[in-house]
Design a protein around this ligand. Structure first.
Ligand code: SF4
Length: 455
């Protein structure tokens, strides 16, 4: 039932759903969270207001992900629960977008025919027009194979002082565990001038911190030819660093094989760029890295960390590690522990491998490991990393550090929380406004946060 939107459906210019409510649920990664900000921005530009309860909302949108485990179960479980509401209130609308929609396409309407709109990763900016169509003509699935450009829509930001800025979408790599290239397509970069204009507009709106977002930011600009030159990520960092009012710049995610010295130099020479780098290791075994198609060895990975640290002393490093990739032996896992010990990451996101349908690794069924073997390795890895994280944080006790305040702590109303330039979470007793900077003297360290008081 995949159809393209009929041309007679008009693009909206004035809000027509004023006062109607939407409930938006996001599954998955930061890219999806940012896409959801765009979807919310479009719905609110059409007059809608957010609602916390899907059972009473006029519209429920699921922005899906197929990267995380059991994504299908979560989506179809949620849709199943919503069917009762739709039976009682047939006028409500249900929309499903994002990576899983891009992958499953017509399957969503086959499994959940009560869904009104299915849209993919390349056409989220058309969500309002698709809702118009569904209200007038009935259910629609619109999946585009690729984007011609990065869609920029007015985002509804949850945090006033901090914003995500998409600089590119898609990925040209082929990591065997990852579904992203098939659901997000190849790399498309935004023109640097467009990125800088968006950052300037955000700064004018009170934003002091931006995170530049892409699946593989270090290959930013390879597809852009500007005045006979390729646009480079290093140049983009410098240009964003020149924007008045932006005090902190972060970016995610780089690929270790594409991280080069010009970027490390630009980071060091651009005062607003934070001393923080997320560099996904995935495995410390060269054999497993080759099976993953990662394009680097453990030695080259560590050399990249050295390069970055040489240019940016005090750099905090975080990483991603997959435990139990098909065929991983005890010896392979030991290599991972060895790299973790040598790299001394400040923090790590550790994942248990689980197959994603449609990826090459999901076909390696003969090499899947027993769950108890993976669980044991996972525990050993997290214990090792937790100890390293604690030791790294303990070195900060007694120091006074600048914190960008996020607001009142989620767990203790007497405390504020914020982030250091190195992206460490800090709690301190005060009533300091979100978006302001505070100097905090650290007196206690835990593996994943610091505690202090206003200096
Ligand atoms: S670099 Fe690899 S892991 Fe990252 S998005 Fe591309 S294919 Fe996926």
């Amino acid at each position: 039932m995949t159809r393209l939107l009929m041309p007679q459906v008009r693009e909206r210019r004035t809000p027509t759903r004023v006062g109607r409510t939407y409930h938006l649920r996001t599954f998955g990664c930061q890219m999806n969270v940012h896409d959801s900000e765009g979807i919310a921005g479009l719905l609110e530009a059409d007059g809608m207001v957010p609602a916390s309860d899907p059972d009473t909302a006029d519209l429920v949108v699921f922005n899906t992900c197929c990267i995380r485990e059991n994504a299908d179960d979560k989506l179809y479980g949620s849709l199943g629960m919503l069917k009762r509401t739709k039976d009682k209130r047939p006028e409500m609308l249900i929309a499903v977008g994002g990576c899983l929609a891009q992958k499953d396409r017509d399957l969503i309407h086959e499994r959940a025919p009560w869904v009104d709109v299915v849209f993919g990763t390349h056409n989220l900016q058309r969500v309002v027009s698709l809702l118009d169509y569904a209200e007038e003509w009935g259910p629609i699935t619109e999946i585009l194979e690729e984007s011609e450009a990065v869609a920029v829509v007015p985002a509804k930001r949850e945090v006033a002082h901090s914003a995500w800025v998409t600089i590119m979408v898609g990925c040209d790599n082929s990591c065997t565990f990852c579904i992203v290239p098939s659901v997000r397509g190849g790399e498309i970069s935004r023109r640097p001038g467009d990125v800088v204009r968006e950052v300037q507009a955000l700064a004018n709106d009170g934003v002091v911190e931006v995170t530049l977002l892409g699946q593989n930011v270090n290959s930013y600009g390879r597809d852009l030819e500007l005045g006979g030159h390729k646009a480079l990520f290093a140049d983009l960092l410098r240009r964003v660093g020149d924007v008045n009012g932006i005090h902190r710049i972060r970016y995610t995610s780089p690929h270790p094989k594409d991280f080069r010295e010009d970027v490390a130099v630009a980071m060091a020479e651009t005062p607003a760029v934070c001393e923080q780098l997320h560099m996904p290791l995935q495995s410390g075994s060269d054999r497993i890295l080759a099976a993953m198609h990662r394009g680097y060895t453990a030695e080259r990975f560590l050399a990249k960390l050295d390069l970055a640290r040489r240019h940016m002393p005090g750099l905090a490093l975080s990483t991603d590690i997959i435990v139990g990739f098909p065929g991983e032996t005890d010896a392979d896992f030991q290599f991972t522990l060895d790299v973790v010990a040598e790299a001394k990451f400040d923090s790590a996101f550790t994942f248990i491998y689980s197959p994603r349908p449609g990826t090459a690794a999901a076909e390696m069924v003969d090499e899947f490991l027993a769950p108890e073997v993976i669980q044991d390795r996972y525990q050993r890895l997290t214990e090792r990393q937790t100890a390293i994280g604690l030791a790294t944080n303990q070195m900060l006790v007694g120091e006074t550090i600048e914190v960008l305040v996020d607001g009142v702590s989620k767990t203790d109303a007497a405390m504020c929380s914020g982030r250091t330039r190195t992206n460490k979470l800090v709690h301190f007793p005060a009533a300091t406004a979100a978006g302001s900077f505070a100097n905090v003297r650290i007196h206690r360290a835990a593996p994943h946060f610091l505690v202090g008081e206003l200096a």
